[in-house]
Design a protein around this ligand. Structure first.
Ligand SMILES: Nc1ncnc2c1ncn2[C@@H]1O[C@H](COP(=O)(O)OP(=O)(O)O)[C@@H](O)[C@H]1O
Ligand SMILES: [Mg+2]
Length: 271
């Protein structure tokens, strides 16, 4: 009996799909709770990942990373936010205006906000630039906090400000690698904020370029000019340990948190 080409093609497709099979092992996920983001990463960020959140000024990095902690706190997780670009008092004054943020989470010790300047003072790090010993004591201080409080979600906003104090690329790389490795060992999923001046195709996703290869994930936030109106977008560029969409999504910062919609058909370039 002769088989039609279509039937053979169908059988071939079936054999191919069967060979792919269902995955033997799927990493546990940290559900961010951010609208759309867990769908983009097919179920959340792999536990213990260190994700760079690179974005231009005003693109929503602080709002998104704070919302990430809020959802953790709602599930009873201990969270830590290291504020390096603005004083924590000012940060909380701004963020508490959002409906999604509840100051009680701070009062109850679920969201712990640390001023990076205060951490530097504890450690006696008053120099303008850090050497290897300074970096080691900084990583130790952060991991001690994570251990003591039992932190499972962490944000450093921003690592760019911190990395300006580190004199060369190799030391920045060592700092981020050691920090990421230690946090992963503690089971802590971390967002490291990076400030970038442009989120365009040719841009680095981070401020120094050296962070990109080391970290587990890269998420970019930026603006797209659409008829004189700046729209915000989010794009997951890399996420080790999971399949994910690499499309750009339009985001809005609403009182309830970040809201996402696909922008596939728009076909516009970011600046
Ligand atoms: N209460 C609010 N509701 C909605 N949008 C806000 C609110 N407060 C500030 N914003 C918007 O958020 C922007 C700042 O977002 P932010 O997360 O701090 O950005 P980034 O950290 O990337 O600089 C502001 O420029 C403003 O457009
Ligand atoms: Mg910010």
């Amino acid at each position: 009996m002769l088989y039609s080409n279509e039937l053979l093609a169908e059988v071939g497709r079936w054999v191919f799909v069967s060979m792919l099979g269902t995955p033997q092992y799927t990493r546990d996920r940290c559900i961010t709770g951010i609208h759309g983001l867990d769908e983009i990463t097919r179920g959340g960020i792999p536990y213990g990942a260190t994700v760079l959140v690179g974005g231009t000024c005003g693109s929503g990095k602080t709002t998104l990373t704070m919302e990430f902690l809020v959802h953790g706190a709602q599930m009873g997780e201990a969270c830590a936010y290291f504020a390096a670009t603005e004083p924590s008092v000012k940060l909380l004054e701004n963020i508490r205006q959002y409906t999604f943020f509840d100051m009680e989470m701070v009062d109850k010790g679920l969201i712990n906000v640390f001023d990076m300047d205060v951490v530097y003072s504890w450690l006696g790090l008053t120099k303008a630039t850090f050497d290897r010993d300074d970096i080691n004591s900084l990583v130790k201080a952060i991991t001690d906090i994570v251990n003591t409080i039992g932190v499972t979600r962490l944000v450093i906003d921003s690592v760019t400000t911190l990395c300006y104090k580190i004199p060369n690329d190799q030391l920045i790389r060592d700092f981020l690698f050691t920090l990421g490795k230690t946090l992963a060992t503690q089971g802590c999923t971390s967002f490291l904020v990076a400030e970038i001046t442009s989120a365009g195709a040719k841009a680095h996703w981070s401020s120094f370029g050296v962070e990109e290869a080391i970290l587990d994930g890269i998420m970019v936030l930026g603006d797209i000019d659409r008829m004189g109106h700046l729209l915000r977008f989010l794009q997951v560029v890399k996420m080790r340990g999971t399949d994910h969409s690499r499309a750009k999504y339009a985001i809005e910062l609403t009182p309830m948190g970040v809201m996402m919609t696909p922008m596939l058909k728009w076909g516009v370039d970011s600046d």
